[in-house]
Write a protein that binds this ligand. Sequence first.
Ligand SMILES: Nc1nc2c(ncn2[C@@H]2O[C@H](COP(=O)(O)OP(=O)(O)OP(=O)(O)O)[C@@H](O)[C@H]2O)c(=O)[nH]1
Ligand SMILES: [Mg+2]
Length: 632
Amino acid sequence: MSEDHNHDDTAAKPAPEPAPEAAPEAAPEPRPAYEALTAGMLAEKPTTEFEAVRAEIEASGGESNRMVTSLIQLHQALTEVTLPLDLPGTDEQRAARQNMVEQLEDYVIPRMMTIDAPLLAVVGGSTGAGKSTLVNSLVGTKVTTPGLLRPTTRSPVLVHNPEDGRWFGQDRLLPELERVNHPTNDPGALQLVASDRLHPGLAILDAPDVDSVEEANRVLAAELLAAADLWVFVTSAARYADQVPWEFLQLAANRSTAVAVVLDRTPTEAVQTVAGHLARMLASRGLKDSPLFIVHEGEVSEHGMLPAEHVAEVRAWLDMLADDATARHQVVTQTLDGAVRALTLEVHPIADTADGQGEAAQRLRADADMAYDEALKSIMAATADGTLLRGEVLARWQEFVGTGEILKALETRVGMLRDKILGSIKGKPQQAERVTEAVQGGLEMLILEQCEAAAERAEAAWQMSPAGRGLLATGPADLGRASRALRPKAERAVRDWQQDVLDMVRSEGQDKRTTAKFLSYGVNGLGVALMVVVFASTGGALVGAEVGIAGGTLLLGQKLLEAVFGDQAVRGLASKARKSLEVRIVGLVDEERARYTGQVDALQIDHGAPERLRHAARKVGDARFASQRGDD
Ligand SMILES: Nc1nc2c(ncn2[C@@H]2O[C@H](COP(=O)(O)OP(=O)(O)OP(=O)(O)O)[C@@H](O)[C@H]2O)c(=O)[nH]1
Ligand SMILES: [Mg+2]
């Protein structure tokens, strides 16, 4: 793949539109905060950090080390799976994988490591449903800014009891959100507010709208909900039937996430109808166990709060959870276990997709190999069965050796006469040179033609599959042809081989250089004879196909060499010369092949990754099972 011309080429011609999604897909890099959190957890020998984490887990009387370790391994296996080819449905699987990685980093792993941390209730839901107003009202003071302009909340605010502050540090849940202690609109920040109006054991987070007109809000809202132990899902009479909130609720139902629904901003006369309808919708979507609270429409104070009695019911329920360690633990484990179970299931479509990608890549490689193996085979066959000796090469050779008399003479068994005639072939250096040139031209043409045909075959094969079409679209523009560098390379290779042949003749003739025969044919004459012998011999014997018109003259080459070096030496020379030719041709063909296989290599597919992913999911499943049985 080191053909400079390809670069020239793209510079000269307008480059094909690079399909952005076809660029080798980068596996999600673990984010630095996650790495810091889990540093040492997978070390073979326990490190001090590992021990520290384990001590912390044990001290907190929490979940087993085994579960945490298996989740970290699952995280690693997920990041190692490669999905570089753009096949139908791959985008969805990439997004799913990204979500899983983030959920492990943001919530599942840190949560599992600190199982006794306060319950985090994330207040999420439709735009303008009154989330921020509800949070302020629950806390009893203005901790977050409600507003008329939609969307209002862009940066999350987490309210907790002052005692619980240590649980929400940078290295805990949502490690990528920078902790700040002042109001901000920065979606990358998490404002922490300590308030003794909340009981220890429960924290509330005010999130942006899930159905925001602004993507950043939607994405952040989804991330925050994915990190919640409990969703406090706020909707209103105007919004409760909207599609987006229900997609979220469906996700929660599928994952057994603990959910409470708050029907907010609903006029008194409509409450009964709307609440009834909403309850039925919840039940039919698998959320019948989720408590439904009604917050009656009220006057919002200048501090952005509803009268306390309007939120008394929700507040009482949350306080109850905060105060009841068992109930709280139940909510946390329900959501956490639901998330873990969902992850172990979601792994399989990703592993299957990755397997499919690996197979597709192997097929593409096999297509390329088949095309170029055939080219190599054809070239080697044509250089052995006499094909190369037709036309120009034969004509020049015949000029060099002459015909007629010599042929007849060769047939005689009278050694003296034969030797005499052979001796009459004079050096004729220019004629030997012409044979060399004809060989050069013929070999080059053969190589170019075969590599051209191979490129066409490989391209046609790749065109047949979406994966192949994707790679062709992103690869160099001229993949369907032999590389432009091939001609000069072939020229050099053939010339080098011819030099090799001459060197062989020269060194074989070390002690014969002064003999009359050697001198009369010259290194060049013997060299071209050896080339002709190579092209006409399969396994050292002259091929039948060309015996006839040309056979005799070809045989002459062999006799000539034998007369100088002896039979055995000629066989050795021919096979050595042939080997040298083969090595050079294989080199040329392989460089051409690499233009295709290099595209596949660049995908960096890890074929073992899908199985490691499944294995990691099984380990998590085992750890779940063990912890449910109370094994550890
Ligand atoms: N009259 C009345 N107004 C309310 C009530 N709840 C919220 N509002 C008003 O509705 C508007 C939106 O309320 P927010 O609390 O900002 O709503 P939000 O869900 O946080 O909105 P986003 O953060 O933009 O998603 C504000 O002007 C509130 O004062 C209510 O129960 N009654
Ligand atoms: Mg808000």
